[in-house]
Design a protein around this ligand. Sequence first.
Ligand code: B12
Length: 151
Amino acid sequence: MVLHTMSRTVVLGVIGSDAHVVGITILEQAFRQAGLTVINLGVQSSQTEFAEAATQHDADAVLVSSLYGHAEQDCQGFHETLEAHGVDALTYIGGNLAVGQNDFEETRRTFQELGFDRVFDAETTPEDAIAALERDLRISTTANERATVTT
Ligand code: B12
């Protein structure tokens, strides 16, 4: 299969009224080092802000973070909002997605049913996220690898 390792753009932000900024700051830095173009919306971002940024930057992936326990409410209708803006991108969500989060598999199902392609828990490292993006976007995110490769 021929893979084109062109630069990819991800929109990243913390949804809702959530103010936890450390996770997305670390993710942004790691993604940039891996060669991705990152649009970081920061904390307390609305669904519409995600959708508008994804449209404006023709994003390949929209990555939502949530730590404060209200992700399910904040993400109701998220994919409908993306669709209404004409966004066709991979979607991930990660962080502390439920209060307590005792059964992460149940949490994962909840967010998959909301339309997310992948659901990550709070133990997720930047390397885990990059590996998933590499798989899903079929890219090599190493900054200096821009050639076409054949696997
Ligand atoms: C620091 C902190 C705060 C600071 C935030 C400062 C700031 N500006 O960032 C302050 C004191 C303001 C705060 C406030 C609150 N907090 Co607080 N906070 C924390 C704490 C101690 C650390 C968070 C952190 O920075 N971690 C370090 C970063 C690197 O890790 P991370 O955020 O988890 O991100 C990593 C992964 O989760 C993952 N990831 C995250 N997002 C995404 C997205 C994608 C797509 C992917 C792939 C991966 C990914 O990758 C990141 C890098 O590895 C956590 C407890 C904990 N140990 O996690 C509680 C915690 C998140 N807070 C909590 C709560 C409840 C609150 C408050 C609601 C408390 C209150 N009643 O006021 C408020 C909410 C305020 C608000 N509007 O957001 C709870 C959430 C509970 C839940 N979800 O069930 C936690 C878990 C504490 C607890 N055990 O109860 N908090």
